[in-house]
Design a protein around this ligand. Structure first.
Ligand code: 13P
Ligand code: SF4
Length: 301
């Protein structure tokens, strides 16, 4: 039996689903039961009736699924698939910020640990950060946005809210520079430039639209343009081309590759199902507290 057939058989035997982030390798995207951005994957994790979820993405995404559905078995095919941005805010740093600003509300980007989520007021993803900042608190509330300084400053600029920023960032999106945007514009004329809000402010300024990966997928279907320059991790281009064969997609630069997202492959998904590894576990107390922040975020889908 080939590996894909074996994966399908194991999935049936275990009543499992495979959730796949848009940045994953094409071979992994092809076996997805659901493929999407962080918000879409969280919603899928909350709705599935499966007993087992194999999460092809990075660790904070699998942890989020565990928090939403603690009774399910959540597997991550490679336990080293972390997100460096999530490690840029520790629980100690969050507590010290809260001490400095005792009345501030905390918006925590889902790219963070379960422990940090547990001590935040609400989570957000790049798809709903603006809606969360706009609606979750009163106009006068002081807000601390952790850990992404670029998504935080974009949200601050768009909402005019009183937002305190921290210093985290995504090392993959940080590689995208204004000169890449200008060069891509020249190389691919008459294209719309779509960038992820994890890009720096100078890159955002040169773009036409700022969107989460799921937002990009929706946007290209309604835009009048037929050519798009994509300013995010390159994995999404496979999906965009597959779903929109009549449109053209060009990477903004060839260096925006997240090494953690590329750790998962078919062989590891197969081993994950066969050997039930690597199971994501969290203390009940953390799950209980972090769930409040995540469920509050799901009001802004
Ligand atoms: P999305 O929620 O847009 O898929 O982004 C997740 C992520 O990790 C971006 O680097
Ligand atoms: Fe984390 Fe950046 Fe990779 Fe997204 S692309 S998982 S933010 S390191």
């Amino acid at each position: 039996m080939n590996v894909i057939k074996e994966i399908q058989k194991l999935k049936k035997d275990l009543n499992a689903v495979i959730l796949v982030h848009n940045y994953q390798l094409p071979e992994v995207q092809d076996i997805a039961d659901y493929r999407g951005d962080s918000l879409g994957l969280s919603v899928a994790a909350s709705k599935t009736k499966a007993d087992v979820i194999v999460f092809c993405g990075v660790h904070f995404m699998a942890e989020t699924a565990k928090i939403i559905s603690p009774q399910k078995t959540i597997l991550i095919p490679d336990k080293n698939a972390g997100c460096p941005m999530a490690d840029m805010i520790t629980i100690e740093q969050l507590r010290s910020l809260k001490q400095k600003h005792p009345n501030a509300k905390i918006i925590c980007y889902v790219n963070s640990s379960a422990e940090v989520k547990a001590e935040s007021d609400i989570c957000c993803t790049s798809a709903n950060a603006i809606a969360v900042a706009q609606n979750a608190f009163t106009d006068d509330d002081e807000i601390i946005f952790i850990p992404d300084r670029y998504l935080g400053s974009y949200t601050k600029a768009q909402t005019g809210r009183n937002i305190i920023l921290t210093s985290g960032y995504c090392p993959t999106h940080a590689k995208i520079l204004p000169e890449h945007v200008l060069a891509a514009k020249e190389k691919y004329p008459n294209s719309e430039i779509l960038v992820h809000p994890e890009c720096n402010s100078a890159v955002i300024k040169l773009s036409d639209q700022v969107l989460s990966t799921g937002g990009m997928e929706k946007y290209v279907k309604k835009s009048k343009s037929t050519r798009f320059i994509i300013g995010t991790e390159e994995g999404i281009i496979y999906r965009l081309k597959q779903d929109n064969p009549d449109l053209e997609f060009f990477p903004i630069s060839n260096i925006a590759i997240c090494p953690n997202m590329k750790l998962t492959n078919l062989a590891k998904v197969h081993a994950s199902l066969k050997e039930k590894k690597f199971e994501v576990t969290l203390p009940n107390e953390i799950i209980k507290k972090a769930k409040k922040s995540i469920m509050a975020m799901l009001d802004y889908v």
